[in-house]
Ligand binder design. Structure first.
Ligand code: RB5
Length: 148
């Protein structure tokens, strides 16, 4: 599995934590910034990561900002992206099983590094259940294809 990772200035510490996790899990990843603590704009980091996932260059994306909200709103603008904003382990598992989410967003001002790491670990290792959930995702795909 190849993971694309990015954060704005509000998410740099959790981004580092997630890099440690990805290395520990032996997963291939690329870090798309940001490179400094100065204020940057979250769409400039979320949109390129989401596009890389949508194009199939990466299997999953992980995006961190202060709240996770800006990153998730931005990523979900990209066709084919199902970005889940998650701050608990139950939702991390459920969004993989039910929504087949391909991007995870978290907020560094909301949760600490330990919980963020566990959320990412569960999200990365939980499989999509398919079945009735696949039908629901197909409805979203159809909407995207007919309303672009
Ligand atoms: C940056 O101050 C902050 O707005 C950003 O990290 C994020 O929380 C936006 O949703």
């Amino acid at each position: 599995m190849k993971v694309a990772l990015a954060s704005d200035h509000g998410g740099i510490h959790i981004r580092e934590e997630i890099k440690g996790l990805l290395e520990e899990m032996g997963l291939e990843y690329e870090d798309f910034g940001c490179d400094c603590e100065e204020s940057v704009d979250y769409p400039d980091y979320a949109l390129p990561v989401a596009e890389k996932v949508a194009r199939g260059e990466f299997d999953r994306g992980i995006l961190i900002c202060g709240t996770g909200i800006g990153m998730s709103i931005s990523a979900n603008k990209v066709k084919g992206i199902r970005c889940a904003l998650v701050h608990d382990v139950f939702s991390a598992k459920a969004t993989r099983q039910h929504n087949d989410s391909n991007v995870l967003a978290m907020g560094e001002r909301v949760i600490g590094p330990g919980l963020a790491r566990e959320i990412a670990r569960v999200w990365l290792t939980t499989e999509f259940e398919g079945g009735r959930h696949a039908r629901r995702i197909e409805k979203l795909t159809t909407y995207e294809e007919t309303h672009s």
